[in-house]
Design a protein around this ligand. Structure first.
Ligand SMILES: Nc1ncnc2c1ncn2[C@@H]1O[C@H](COP(=O)(O)OP(=O)(O)OP(=O)(O)O)[C@@H](O)[C@H]1O
Ligand SMILES: [Mg+2]
Length: 328
């Protein structure tokens, strides 16, 4: 990235901080299905942000299959997030270790211990608070696959929630399932009364007896029951802004798929989805994984490296001055 984008990045960070009054900007990289390139995207976006002069910490939250350290060229980390989760370490900052990439530190997943337990609710709240207090401009979270509440919560609290899809029907199906689970979890969290929390829980079952088929049906029921909860519902929908990334694109149809997914999701969820971009299928990615060097360093000139850098640039651009409003 040149000087111009560095300046834009710095401005974006300042804007984000001014808007939220908190520390680093959180980026979460998730997916419904495994093996679609989450860790490759997390490692390379973190590296590209670090290359632009930002202080970045990558965090491997995929405790069941932690391997972000390998993609970043860190061999056998002795400690990691699992030590925080298991309360062997109380200070998250101490777990951030240097990587071969300047400006980029890493909180590895599992250190010497082979546990894959996810944090319980209380530990998760503490972790999210501590992530926000890390001394960095950006924190990039590599998420596990699937809909574990911990995974959904990291995705929901992120300032930039990236959902990685590979252009295959199975992956698209899992992506919708993931988004649906995240969306309903967020709605459930935003409802104050137990009655309406129960209503959201019922609505999550597609065969529910109330006949609620989609979020709009649910909104009608919530508004009818309590207008204040209805207003909260709408605010929650407005704040749900996943960013879709297609990884492993091999054709124009694969690239266009991102637009279709965004259109369908906007219609279904009534929320502000965005198509952040695509990354082409590129053998150089596999070679960079084998070399244990992020692609944006291993082969800067590779197409996929350019697309990954572009994604990093897009998330660090200042947000548009005017809100786009809700899409229904
Ligand atoms: N754009 C791409 N082009 C070619 N190969 C790719 C691309 N992206 C990822 N891969 C290949 O897919 C493999 C899996 O990627 P990655 O480990 O990032 O997936 P993941 O979603 O994190 O998987 P897991 O569920 O195991 O955590 C990589 O090792 C690489 O070989
Ligand atoms: Mg992974």
């Amino acid at each position: 990235m040149g000087d111009g984008s560095t300046e834009a990045t710095t401005r974006a960070t300042e804007i984000s901080r001014a808007a939220t009054g908190r520390g680093p900007r959180l980026v979460a990289v998730g997916s419904g299905k495994g093996g679609v390139g989450r860790s490759v995207v997390a490692a390379n976006v973190a590296t590209a942000l670090a290359d632009s002069g930002q202080r970045v910490i990558a965090v491997d939250t995929d405790l069941g299959s932690a391997n972000l350290h390998t993609l970043l060229g860190v061999e056998h980390p002795r400690e990691g997030l699992s030590d925080f989760v298991a309360r062997r370490e109380e200070d998250l900052r101490k777990l951030a270790i240097e990587t071969p990439v300047a400006n980029l530190r890493l909180v590895a997943g599992t250190g010497g211990h082979l546990d894959d337990a996810q944090p319980d609710n209380a530990r998760r709240v503490r972790l999210i608070r501590d992530l926000r207090q890390l001394d960095a401009d950006w924190v990039v979270l590599d998420l596990g696959a699937g809909v574990h509440p911990a995974t959904l919560d990291y995705f929901l609290v992120a300032d930039d929630a990236l959902l990685i899809l590979s252009p295959e029907p199975t992956c698209i199906e899992s992506a919708y399932a993931f988004l649906r689970a995240a969306f309903y979890r967020r709605l459930w969290q935003s409802m104050v009364s137990q009655n309406l929390r129960d209503l959201v829980t019922d609505a999550m079952d597609p065969r529910n007896e109330r006949g609620i088929q989609n979020p709009l049906d649910l909104l009608r029921e919530v508004e009818a029951a309590d207008p204040a909860e209805g207003a909260r519902f709408l605010r929650t929908v407005d704040e749900f802004r996943p960013k879709i990334v297609i990884n492993g694109a091999r054709s124009a149809d694969d690239i266009r798929l991102g637009f279709s997914v965004v259109t369908v999701c906007r219609r279904y969820f009534g929320a502000n989805f965005k198509y952040l971009g695509y990354i082409n299928y590129d053998e150089a990615v596999r070679r960079s994984v084998i070399a244990k060097v992020p692609l944006v360093h291993f082969a800067k000139e590779a197409d996929a490296a350019n697309y990954l850098t572009r994604i990093a640039r897009k998330i660090s651009e200042p947000p548009p001055a005017v809100s786009l409003g809700r899409h229904r």
